[in-house]
Write a protein that binds this ligand. Structure first.
Ligand SMILES: Cc1cc2nc3c(=O)[nH]c(=O)nc-3n(C[C@H](O)[C@H](O)[C@H](O)COP(=O)(O)O)c2cc1C
Length: 450
């Protein structure tokens, strides 16, 4: 086996700044600056006709977090957990919903929380609702703020024409469901929730003028577009103890003509700070255009995709902790982003599927960067599929079953030979996915590699 390659091999900086703890308004703290970002695992059961059994985390999920739970993260976020079984991001999402409450669901969530928290990380569930980004095969008539259909490459995926939520449904179908799920997260042992209000899912459909054309109190001005999120926040706060963490993932920018601008994002963040939200995770983009790529040389050098927007927004925060996610690969760039004041915390996605204990290795001074990914880094689709493959591989065994070797079974995409083999397998898989989606099949076979 060839040696694993990193982006940089020598560590010259003092990493102590990354060890610093982050204090949340609610009273808890993260023991260091690292956050494992949300990455949809698709490790839930899909049986919508039988609510008791639908959207339950499976054994692979528990094994996966057994690995991350030994990686020395400050915070571990789950992938998106949906609050409504008819509004998923993908079939096989894990779901929390009152119709599906059962001792089995509570037990599995409890195990999931325990595995994530084993070495001292805070475990936080990302709560989401697909809105108009719910695949047509899951729901041809999803709820959304307004009747603005999402149109993307029709060969690849399709979304139905949405139904505009009534004011009553905003309460019963959205706010109440988020609140129910947050309380469930608390009761099953999680330290907090993150409301997913980024990437074009329902809550960001409300905040974005591209998708929110309402003329009632949930549309129009920025305060109105943000109202649903603040109402969810306030309602959650009434249902859980003060120490329970509530954060929000928000878009710092979107790329459509009427999309959220950095100025809008800054105004929203002022209101979040005023509310006392525990943390804000800054990201950007929607299904129409993700921004998980470098378009400018200046940001390529500094790694984080949204660094420049974060720098503009960050001064509004005094007590709310800020995480910046997307693009970080070297210790040098992470330290610079913290020291320049762009962010308090460092969110890591794809590097942590290649190496579930990356923070541990960094904080022990053993490595100076993530493993170099030889799949085109600007191809978010391929690199996400690679991360999906690595999550499946991690899920095959618990840490103990892997004889405590945390890297067991994980493909090394720093090796070009492995990448070439993967890209071959991918060709067939991408075709299969297209055909399955065109047939209207909600469940697409998991890509298994090596
Ligand atoms: C496989 C995969 C699944 C993802 N799923 C989610 C998700 O469920 N929720 C979310 O907010 N972001 C999701 N993301 C985005 C990541 O949280 C992160 O913002 C993005 O990957 C950029 O960070 P990175 O460059 O460190 O990977 C996903 C990314 C990948 C690669």
């Amino acid at each position: 086996m060839s040696a694993m390659k990193r982006y940089t091999e020598t560590l010259t900086e003092d990493i102590n700044v990354l060890k610093e703890r982050l204090n949340f308004n609610s009273g808890k703290h993260a023991r260091n600056r690292f956050l494992k970002a949300a990455m949809t695992e698709k490790m839930g059961t899909y049986v919508p006709k039988n609510p008791e059994k639908h959207g339950l985390p499976n054994q692979k999920m528990l094994n996966l977090y057994d690995k991350w739970g030994n990686g020395n993260f400050g915070v571990i976020l789950t992938g998106n957990v949906m609050v409504d079984p008819t509004h998923l991001e993908s079939a096989e999402n894990v779901v929390i919903f009152k119709e599906g409450d059962s001792p089995e669901r509570r037990f599995l969530f409890g195990e999931w929380a325990k595995n994530s928290k084993q070495d001292g990380a805070l475990a936080i569930i990302q709560l989401s609702h697909g809105g108009r980004q719910t695949p047509i095969a899951v729901n041809p008539k999803p709820f959304a703020p307004s009747k603005v259909q999402l149109v993307v490459d029709p060969n690849f995926t399709a979304f139905g024409e949405p139904i505009e939520l009534t004011i009553e449904q905003i309460k019963t179908e959205v706010i109440n469901r988020f609140v129910y799920a947050a309380k469930f997260a608390y009761e099953t042992g999680f330290d907090g929730v993150e409301l997913h209000a980024a990437h074009g899912y329902l809550l960001s459909q409300f905040t974005s003028p591209t998708t929110n054309k309402r003329t009632d109190k949930y549309g129009g001005s920025l305060e109105n577009r943000l109202r649903i999120i603040l109402e969810i926040y306030d309602a959650i706060r009434q249902q859980v103890p003060k120490e329970f963490i509530v954060g929000i993932k928000t878009n710092s920018v979107e790329f459509q003509s009427e999309g959220t601008t950095v100025e809008d994002a800054k105004e929203m963040c002022k209101l979040y700070e005023k509310k006392g939200v525990d943390f804000i995770e800054l990201s950007g983009g929607t299904y129409e255009k993700f921004g998980f790529e470098h378009v400018r040389e200046s940001t390529r050098k500094r790694e984080a995709f949204y660094l420049e927007t974060a720098e503009k927004i960050r001064p509004v925060f005094k007590n709310t902790v800020v995480y910046l996610t997307g693009g970080f690969r070297t210790v040098h760039a992470m330290i610079q982003a913290v020291e320049s004041g762009a962010t308090h915390g460092i969110g890591l996605g794809r590097p942590t599927t290649a190496e579930p204990d990356l923070p541990k290795k960094i904080l022990e001074g053993k490595v100076s960067s993530a493993l170099a990914n030889t799949i085109d880094g600007n191809n978010f689709y391929y690199t996400s599929l690679a991360s999906g493959v690595q999550m499946e591989q991690m899920g095959r065994t618990s840490l103990e079953e892997a004889n405590n070797n945390i890297m067991t079974s994980i493909s090394d995409f720093s090796n070009p030979e492995t990448t070439n083999r993967f890209l071959e397998v991918l060709k067939d898989y991408v075709e299969l996915t297209k055909t399955e989606k065109m047939k209207g099949n909600p469940v697409i076979k998991t890509l298994i590699f090596d």
